[in-house]
Design a protein. Structure first.
Length: 293
């Protein structure tokens, strides 16, 4: 059974001021062998997806997978506290970790995604659009307000969409209040504006507000554009540079994530009852030799 250790969860949504004690569950390894522990350091986005997948790996291998959920995944790996890291390809720690020789070659495993959200009334009429640039163009043409989310990925996506939409004048509808993440979402709600954010943190905020009796007045409106997908990779920690790494177990879990049956489950997974696809299989982007099953 899996153990979860949670670090700093979802910047802007949940702030953890002190370490949380891991929830311990009885270990029931396959074939009654002594369970081996596989330590996986993962950023806070895909934990729900991994929850759905890990049980299958544990039953097949006898491993007890310990998820360590934190944005400081590479700090854990550097200090010998992780066998495998799962993070965005563009995570600020990925490049230095690799160039210092601390990790094996990154393997693409799946993508999460951003989403264009807006008021439930959807005055620009973009709900369900499959072309995010066309949706962006409609927002501009109808004078609906778009509020910039200054988180790096979302601001970058907004700039791409603005240019693809024909670089319309930003006057009157394009608003930048220098906010990012949850504060940007909450201000967009107050103003009845459209904005961009990651789908998973948005859904978590929706749930949090619903539980507090203050439903969020924004909906996910455009999700299907491939531009919104953000690649995540698995990195086996290099045992030649970091002591105590279970390389065989890490590679086994990495292969499990890339297996066609697991990739199919990722595509079928629905996050907290959402009907739209949340996770996108990405193992096909690896070298052909890695795809021989």
């Amino acid at each position: 059974m899996r153990t979860v250790i949670v670090g700093a969860l979802l910047a802007g949504v949940v702030v953890v001021s002190a370490p949380l004690v891991a929830q311990q569950r009885p270990i029931q390894p396959a074939d009654n062998h002594t369970a081996r522990v596989l330590r996986v350091a993962v950023v806070n986005t895909p934990d729900v997806l991994l929850d759905d997948l890990i049980v299958t790996f544990e039953r097949a291998t006898g491993y007890d997978v310990v998820l360590q959920i934190t944005e400081d995944v590479f700090d854990l790996a550097r200090t010998g506290k992780a066998d495998l890291v799962i993070a965005h390809y563009g995570h600020p720690g990925t490049e230095p970790f690799m160039t210092e020789g601390l990790g094996r070659w990154p393997r693409m495993v799946f993508s999460n995604q951003a989403v264009l959200v807006g008021p439930s009334s959807d005055p620009a009429g973009i709900r369900g659009a499959t072309d995010a640039a066309d949706a962006f163009r409609r927002i501009a043409e109808r004078g609906s307000e778009f509020l910039v989310n200054n988180a790096a990925t979302e601001r970058y996506l907004g700039e791409v969409l603005w240019r693809v939409a024909g670089s319309p004048s930003r006057s009157g509808w394009y608003v930048d209040l220098q906010l990012r993440d949850q504060p940007a979402i909450e201000r967009a709600e107050q103003r009845g504006a459209y904005t961009l954010w990651g789908l998973v943190p948005f859904v978590r905020l929706q749930q949090q507000r619903r539980q507090a009796g203050r439903p969020l007045g924004l909906d996910t409106l455009v999700t299907a554009d491939p531009l919104f997908q953000r690649i995540m990779v698995s990195i086996v920690v290099n045992p030649a540079r970091v002591a105590g790494v279970d390389e065989a177990g890490a590679r086994g879990f990495e292969r499990f994530l890339m297996d066609p049956s697991t990739q199919a489950r990722m595509r079928q997974f629905r996050h907290h009852g959402l009907q739209q696809q949340t996770w996108w299989p990405a193992a096909r982007n690896n070298a052909g030799a890695e795809l021989q099953f």
